[in-house]
Design a protein around this ligand. Structure first.
Ligand code: SF4
Length: 440
């Protein structure tokens, strides 16, 4: 086997997509590939795709078009298109017609079969595999990432919620939780290779383990991960508000390594829109969860996702979303314009919102959030925060960078020898997204 082949992996979408891309890259190592950033000299290019928003899809289609030119310059390069976009019902045929230069097509349910597909391609075949249903046992392939300080760890796959705007349950299937011992072993092996912080990933981590008997839930898993020696921090995303239990909030309050950060997507502040979205909570229930978090963990950070311009959203509904932002004081909000996804219920709703209205609402939302973020971070000036030191800052190599427990980026004056450990930093300046300080 040749051992100097290069693979370039391009990722679009969420952390789940990033994690899948890491898994694919790891699989290629067994075929003698090593990771590279240089697409011109690559022997294999993998594009792990996302279909959550139309804008992401358009970018990916543009990239697939660019890869055609690469193939014309270099006939030997292999191209693989994988992930959510390929998994969408009916997408494969449409994509294959548009991009005959692609060598491997694989859906989200096939990723762990990628070695078999790559083997066939190396024998000169072109392959396309999109299973309609996941084969759960193949999903469980822990792969250690050597020397990385932070790692994402999948604890479950798929989603059972069917929010009316979301394509995820259609492309990632129903919820399947990994067994706790497999997750714990994966994290222990990551820690052995230098990892100090993990983010546990799932579309809705709060419903982890609901199929297990005897009962074992996400809070139980967190308590066990918290016991792992030499691991310094544990994060998790995403928490569906309807499933955020008191037990989980109490566990985060008590777990020394558990970061006090809840990513709790509200999506809309209007009960009418929440119902149309099939989110299964009201704004009042959501606020009661946030209140509980702050009661047990006064310094907790809450971040969110918000969609503007969902079908039927009136100015009044939108005002309720703005009011929610002022009530919760999110430290960060990921804001999006509603984007129609074929195959979802919301795409069929009649009262779609014009693009100019969606854009105006998005601008307003972003300016409100920027102001909130700035005010919250300015309140940190003069305070000491715990930072996990990641390394020299990219923008100012004379300074170090790292993150607080609330996941804020901090740039600070410190000692290179502290990389990989926790230090206390006094905050001297604050912008909307970054804190500046020095180690005391
Ligand atoms: S909870 Fe809703 S938005 Fe999140 S992945 Fe599941 S269906 Fe999509």
């Amino acid at each position: 086997m040749e051992n100097n082949k290069k693979v370039v992996t391009l990722v679009y979408g969420c952390q789940m997509s990033e994690r899948d891309a890491e898994t694919l890259t790891e699989i290629t190592r067994h075929f003698g590939y090593s990771p590279s950033d240089d697409i011109e000299t690559a022997d294999l290019v993998i594009v792990n795709t996302c279909c959550v928003r139309e804008s992401a899809e358009n970018k990916i289609l543009g990239k697939i078009g660019e890869l055609k030119k690469l193939k014309e310059r270099n006939l030997d390069v292999k191209i693989a298109i994988t992930g959510c976009m390929v998994q969408q019902p009916g997408a494969l045929e449409r994509l294959q017609k548009r991009a005959p230069h692609v060598d491997i097509w694989a859906g989200t349910h096939n990723l762990h079969d990628f070695s078999a597909l790559l083997h066939r391609v190396e024998q000169g075949e072109k392959v396309a595999e999109v299973w309609q249903e996941p084969k759960a046992t193949l999903e469980i392939t822990p792969l250690a990432e050597k020397g990385k300080l932070h790692a994402n760890v999948n604890i479950m796959y798929g989603c059972d919620n069917f929010c009316t705007y979301c394509i995820v349950p259609h492309v990632r299937g129903r919820e399947r939780s990994r067994r706790p011992n497999e997750i714990l072993q994966e994290i222990e092996s990551l820690v052995d290779s230098g990892c100090r912080e993990v983010t546990l990933l799932g579309q809705n981590v709060n419903s982890y383990g609901k199929e297990f008997s005897p009962a074992y839930d996400f809070a139980d898993l967190l308590q066990q991960v918290n016991q792992i020696a030499f691991l310094l921090r544990i994060r998790f995303i995403t928490s569906h508000p309807k499933d955020l239990s008191n037990k989980l909030i109490e566990t985060v309050a008590e777990g020394e390594k558990l970061c006090e950060h809840f990513h709790l997507p509200i999506q809309s502040g209007s009960n009418f829109i929440l119902e149309r979205m099939n989110r299964k909570y009201t704004r009042e229930y959501y606020l009661s969860r946030v209140k509980k978090i702050h009661k047990l963990i006064p310094n907790a950070c809450v971040t969110t996702d918000i969609i503007v311009g969902f079908p039927g959203e009136t100015e009044e509904d939108f005002e309720q979303t703005l009011a929610m932002m002022n009530q919760v004081h999110y430290s960060q909000a990921f804001t999006f314009m509603y984007s129609k996804r074929t195959g979802t219920l919301a795409a069929e709703m009649e009262d779609q919102i014009p693009l100019d209205v969606k854009k105006r609402r998005l601008q307003k939302l972003m300016s409100v959030q920027n102001q909130e973020s700035l005010e919250l971070r300015q309140q940190m000036i003069g305070k000491m925060v715990e930072v996990l030191v990641e390394g020299p800052s990219r923008t100012n190599p004379k300074r170090l960078t790292g993150r607080t427990r609330g996941n804020d980026l901090v740039v600070f004056v410190g000692n290179l020898e502290t990389i990989g450990s926790l230090v206390n930093v006094r905050i001297n300046e604050a912008g909307s997204w970054t804190l500046i300080g020095e180690v005391e």
